[in-house]
Design a protein around this ligand. Sequence first.
Ligand code: GRF
Length: 217
Amino acid sequence: MEGSFVLPRKGSISDPLRIAVLISGGGSGLASIIAHEKSGSRFFRTVLVLADSNEAGGLKHGEMAGVESVGVPLPDIESKREQRLFHEKLIQTFLERRDVEFIALAGYMRILTPGFVAKWNGRLVNIHPSLLPKYPGAHAHRDALADGAMISGCTVHFVDEGVDTGRIIDQAEVPVLSGDRIEDLQERVKNAEHKLYPRVIDGLAMNPSSFLGRSGN
Ligand code: GRF
């Protein structure tokens, strides 16, 4: 039941694209997006930060920047399916209340349902810490090291119904160095993410159709 792929409207400096950033953890990616936004004239504006728990450390980055930042924990419902659907309904309510036009996942650790993805198709992106299609899933760095990869990196992609399978928008490479531990690679990749993601979001907001994939994927 894929919804049709609809890109966001073009943002402008005077009327920037209204984005929400969804996080689960420390939010260093969110911090980089906000820092980019504050450091010049941008085509997007972060109007909402949502986390899937009240404890997500990253909420403070939004709060410090004066952006509405809300933890939306999973509701207490026994059926996992109902719980997921109700949680997303809550998220959707916050998004609509703030007139959000575009969603950037930044370390958001929940898999979104096909219904939610369909609703935001073309206006929902994620950053993943590997050069997709290599090493999808929650253990990208571990998998890259186990595979003996010499190059890794990060990928910004549209979100589809699969796990890290959506259309690739842009990537940045980093070397894997001998003796790297997971944390070493993670830090190097995060540094690359923090440059790539804000730039891609701003570029998308400025000219959405120019970011339609590199090789027809
Ligand atoms: C990032 O590496 C991102 O690519 C991955 O989760 C990490 C989130 O880190 N999906 P942070 O919470 O932004 O610091």
